[in-house]
Design a protein around this ligand. Structure first.
Ligand code: PEP
Ligand code: CO
Length: 460
């Protein structure tokens, strides 16, 4: 136990938390490394490396999420299902940033409130799997668990977990973050230049014209305000952008968890906003233990098996002080089940007065496999779950405070439908994801435009 960093939680009298107290619990979905010494040498190197994010950025995000919990902001979270080391290159990063910025502008306009932008980026390198092994050409191999752990290649050398990959993941995250920070502070998102906000690949969307008019109108208004006040508005040239990933690999997260001068508590500084996945949210498991002690804002994914008792227990264990902004529930039931499952959770949480930001992930409950064995998602189901969640939360006296998408800024063909009407035959054309299918540029914008419309009409 690392007693220097121990905290005693006033709401719990059972045991003390420390960055390694999760090790006394069952940690599911962790890789089996063949060489324990090689792993611990990497982890001690990582513990000395500088943090990827800072505690003040983390605190800023937490206060913005508190505003979103109160309905004064909206959370937009999105990116790849899993980042890959090979995709750590400028086009892939700029296109993801661009689509998220454009979506955020549309949502801010529709919802008349600022949008907190959070990428599934700069660290989304570990994946939970339903089986530990898979058979490839007659050979049983460890499953691919994300580039942080092993390689996707179908041979034993690639699939054997390699601790050096943890360092590569840390470095790739740092490279990605460095580029994102330069872009967002350097004018990439400057609204004075509507040409940077122009739409790509929006051939099929009837709403695209509206969007372009909006962007040009914003640039015009900015110039007018600057002319009238005789002052430039420099803030508009910079944009805030935060990072998030599934905090799956606990030894990696622990290595970046530390105290910082003049603040109490321990921050996981591998990312601003880590989340607990649907498969690792067992109340007595290691992930809950680790997350309950870190000072970051955190999220938990809740799928169709989640009960109201579990949800309430999670709020008590992860947010005993009932702070707004500390805890987000990312609900992912699927279009077919949301109507039945969501009210059963929202009602009891509301009645107990627990502070939760409700965020809808309309992706993970809507995955299906085509007759040819291709994993996909239908745009109509994604939109359907989003619309139903929006309505249910409003009818329950709560509100949809955020959305969580798997998307890319490129013109991939992984999800069906949308304004261009992608069919199963189109999937083969440009299917790149090694894991879950992502919305492409046009499908993502289309969703943002729909949601903005809902927000504009559902305002009170
Ligand atoms: C994911 O976000 O990629 C994921 C695995 O989600 P979930 O934990 O909700 O299944
Ligand atoms: Co996924």
């Amino acid at each position: 136990m690392n007693t220097a960093n121990s905290i005693t939680d006033p709401a719990r009298d059972d045991h003390e938390w420390s960055p390694d107290s999760w090790r006394d619990r069952v940690a599911t979905q962790q890789p089996a490394y063949p060489d324990a010494e090689a792993l611990s040498s990497v982890l001690s190197q990582m513990a000395k490396l500088p943090p990827l994010v800072t505690s003040w950025e983390v605190e800023t995000l937490k206060s913005q999420l508190a505003e979103a919990t109160r309905g004064e902001r909206f959370l937009l979270q999105g990116g790849d299902c899993s980042e890959s080391f090979a995709d750590c290159e400028s086009n892939s990063i700029t296109s993801k940033l661009k689509i998220l910025l454009q979506m955020s502008l549309v949502l801010a306009q529709g919802g008349r409130r600022p949008v907190v932008r959070v990428g599934r980026m700069a660290g989304q390198y570990a994946k939970p799997r339903s089986t530990d092994t898979e058979v490839c050409d007659g050979e049983t191999l460890p499953s691919y668990r994300g580039d942080m752990i092993n390689g996707v290649g179908r041979n034993l050398a690639e699939r054997t977990p390699d601790p050096q990959r943890l360092l590569r993941a840390y470095e790739r995250s740092a490279l990605t973050l460095n580029f994102i920070r330069s872009l967002t502070y350097g004018g990439f998102a400057d609204l004075h230049h509507p040409e940077n906000w122009d739409l790509g690949f929006m051939t099929g969307s009837p709403r695209a014209g509206n969007y372009s008019r909006q962007v040009h109108a914003i640039a015009e208004s900015l110039r007018l305000v600057e002319t009238l006040s005789g002052q430039p508005i420099p803030e508009i040239t910079r944009t805030e952008f935060f990072t998030s990933h599934e905090g799956l690999h606990l030894a990696y997260e622990q290595a970046q968890t530390r105290t910082v001068p003049r603040r109490t508590g321990c921050y996981d500084l591998s990312t601003h906003f880590p989340w607990i996945g649907e498969r690792t949210r067992a109340l007595d498991g290691a992930h809950i233990e680790f997350f309950r002690g870190i000072a970051n804002p955190i999220a938990v994914k809740l799928g169709p098996t989640a009960t109201a008792e579990e949800a309430l227990a999670l709020t008590e264990m992860l947010n005993p002080l009932n702070e707004p902004g500390r805890l987000t529930f990312i609900v992912r039931f699927g279009a077919a089940r949301v109507e039945q499952r969501l009210p059963a959770l929202v009602g009891p949480i509301r009645r107990k007065g627990r502070q939760v930001l409700w965020c809808c992930d309309p992706m993970h409950g809507n995955t299906e496999t085509t007759a040819d064995g291709v994993k996909t998602r239908r745009f109509s189901n994604v939109l359907g779950e989003l619309e139903t969640s929006f309505r249910i939360l409003r009818d329950c006296g709560a509100h949809l405070g955020g959305v969580h998408f798997e998307l890319t800024g490129e013109n991939v063909t992984e999800c069906l439908g949308g304004a261009s009407g992608l069919t199963e035959a189109d999937l083969a054309r440009d299917y790149r994801s090694q894991v879950d299918p992502r919305l492409n540029y046009e499908q993502s914008m289309e969703l943002a435009l729909h949601l903005a419309h809902l927000m504009a009409n559902g305002r009170h």
